[in-house]
Write a protein that binds this ligand. Structure first.
Ligand SMILES: *Cc1c(COP(=O)(O)O)cnc(C)c1O
Length: 385
């Protein structure tokens, strides 16, 4: 079959191992999955009630403009409805941003050559050790990726990125993806760092900076600034938010994009008109209203994160301070063996070798019972029970 070269070279995204698959393959009854940064505390009861209410309307197509959700979200974020659009998860919005803004490399030239590298086509920029969806979506679209390194504290090396963007190749970069906080490291860009970066990028008129704020609600650092506040100093900031994390709706697929009305207009032109189901629209409105569920999730997640990191300390394992609902820790050895030994004990953590961290595992905060179960298994596997 003839397939585009950029697709032939694509290394697919590896999601966290599903619970049922682990049960089936290893003959286990009790399996705890702490591998996909999901909300372990379930769904707001108000959301469940609203979803039940809208089931009888599923014979109709959804509202293609997401009107009620857009009004509710615009009010919450203090932006205008024209500055908002939605996607089937923020992942779809990442895909759309790349397709709308970047010119792909012609396929016939790219065989056995990194996609787009040798041509004067558009590029996407991000960091090695950043969320991989940007790179995968770019590659699927035939668009090359420029990656700056992390510094020694696992933070984005912003000076290195500026150096790239100011060089010859940097003039081709149309989109800069900044997950803030980042997954899987849990690190963040501080207010002064971000404002400094954006003011330096004023001189790059073709560049859109995407702040992916999937974990925004979990942030406890005091010197954090969100992307919406940055839009006042830098107009070409686009902000991604998701309902997959603190709102507990990963299975429903809903993400939001805030950007200037012109860019929103282009995205709306390209997206599948019915990309967000009616259930997702209704559920999200109810989820926004239930502030208590979010507050409770945050309290429990922070307590869980602090407990897990204290346990990692007692095991003598190094971990990276995290602003998310997860923590990346150094197993002190090749991590795949620890991952596999944990699986046999019914604990699914996330290997991150593909992000360039062969010795680390990512541990998502679960319920207190799940956290204890996982830490006990880790103690046993490391011979420290
Ligand atoms: C989990 C996550 C998302 C959410 O993706 P959805 O498609 O909305 O589920 C986005 N960005 C980052 C960095 C994430 O870790």
């Amino acid at each position: 079959m003839r397939v585009r070269n950029s697709i032939l070279q694509l290394v697919p995204y590896q999601p966290g191992k599903p619970i049922e698959e682990t049960q089936r393959e290893l003959g286990l009854n009790h399996v705890v999955k702490l591998a996909s940064n999901e909300n372990p505390f379930g769904i707001s009861p108000a959301v469940i009630a609203r979803v039940k209410d809208c089931l009888s309307g599923l014979n109709r197509y959804p509202d293609a403009s997401c009107h009620r959700l857009k009004v509710a979200m615009a009010q919450r974020l203090n932006v205008s409805p024209a500055e908002l659009t939605f996607g089937n998860g923020s992942n779809e919005l990442i895909d759309l941003l790349i397709r709308v803004l970047c010119l792909p490399a012609p396929d016939e030239i790219s065989e056995h050559v990194p996609v787009g590298d040798h041509l004067r086509t558009d590029l996407v920029a991000t960091f090695s050790g950043a969320f991989v969806a940007y790179e995968i979506c770019a590659q699927a679209a035939g668009v090359g990726v420029l990656k700056a390194p992390l510094d020694k504290n696992y933070k984005f090396d912003l000076n290195q990125m500026l150096h790239f963007l100011d060089s010859e190749v940097g003039t081709r970069v149309r989109l800069l993806f900044l997950p803030n906080p980042n997954n899987p490291t849990g690190t963040y860009i501080s207010q002064s760092e971000l404002q400094g970066l954006l003011s330096r990028l004023q001189s790059h008129p073709n560049l859109v900076v995407v702040l992916d704020e999937a974990y925004l609600e979990y942030v406890r650092a005091e010197d954090f600034i969100d992307g919406l506040r940055c839009r006042q100093i830098f107009k070409r900031v686009a902000v991604l938010r998701t309902f997959s994390k603190v709102y507990g709706l990963a299975g429903l697929r809903l993400g939001a994009l805030v950007a200037d009305p012109e860019l929103i207009g282009w995205i709306d032109r390209v997206r599948n008109l019915f990309n967000v189901s009616q259930i997702a629209q209704e559920a999200a409105v109810a989820a926004l209203e239930d502030r208590e569920f979010v507050a409770e999730t945050l309290r429990k997640t922070w307590a869980g994160l602090d407990w897990i990191t204290s346990q990692l300390d007692s095991l003598g394992l190094e971990w990276i301070p995290s602003q998310g609902n997860f923590v990346l820790f150094d197993t002190g050895r090749e991590a795949l063996s620890v991952y596999q030994a944990l699986l046999k004990k019914g604990v699914i953590l996330r290997p991150v070798a593909s992000y360039g961290f062969p010795r680390h595992l990512r541990f998502t905060v679960g319920t207190p019972e799940e956290n204890s179960f996982a830490i006990l298994a880790l103690r046993t596997v490391l011979g420290k029970a």
